[in-house]
Design a protein around this ligand. Structure first.
Ligand code: PRP
Length: 180
């Protein structure tokens, strides 16, 4: 698995530091609120797990499964809800937790949906931001690290469902996906 990676972009230590930094910022910013953390599966999983334990507040957590990549390396632009929330977000302060913002097709669609459902506020926490990939304007409120335009995997991010369990974020060697 590690042999398929050409370069490590975010190390385990950097990820741990990002969780501490963002966790302490969110602890301050949401101290008088009762936020709900909503993870967009599947990519959010490791980040939501590590980040949530660095936020020193009472909050609830929920999950939604959305997908726009359908197995390839490029966003289809068609955001599908595969599993919806099991709670109401009406009047709630929502924090969406993501592994990456690339084209922003996913996050723009979900923010619009949550506002339509009556959330009091909707903000986003993303481990990675790839601004060069944008097809729609969007600036996440909380960003772990800005990365260049490369196909990255690990720490939740997949290629064809593999590599999510890498403990770091790395660039996938093009020969791994160029045979498609
Ligand atoms: C990935 C990632 C984000 C989205 C970001 O999800 O987790 O949800 O793509 O890309 P965008 O800004 O171009 O929309 P994916 O659809 O691959 O599903 P997954 O989380 O199950 O891997």
């Amino acid at each position: 698995m590690h042999n398929d990676i050409s370069e490590i972009l975010v190390t385990e230590k950097e990820i741990a530091d990002i969780c501490i930094r963002l966790g302490s910022q969110l602890t301050k910013d949401y101290k008088d609120k009762n936020p709900i953390l909503i993870g967009l599966l599947k990519g959010c999983m490791p980040f939501m797990s590590d980040l949530s334990r660095k936020i020193d507040l009472k909050f609830d957590m929920a999950y939604m499964s959305v997908s726009s990549y359908h197995g390839g390396i490029a966003s289809s632009g068609d955001v599908k809800i595969k599993m919806d929330l099991d709670i109401s977000i009406k009047g709630r302060d929502v924090l969406i937790i993501e592994d990456i913002v690339d084209t922003a097709n996913t996050i723009v669609t979900i923010v619009e949906l949550f506002k339509h459902r009556g959330a009091n506020s909707v903000k986003m926490v993303t481990l990675l931001d790839k601004p060069e990939g944008r097809l729609r304007p969007y600036q996440p409120e909380y960003v772990g690290k800005v990365i260049p335009k490369a196909f990255v995997v690990g720490y939740g991010l997949d290629y064809d469902e593999y590599y999510r369990n890498l403990p770091y974020v790395g660039v996938l060697k093009p020969e791994v996906y160029n045979h498609e």
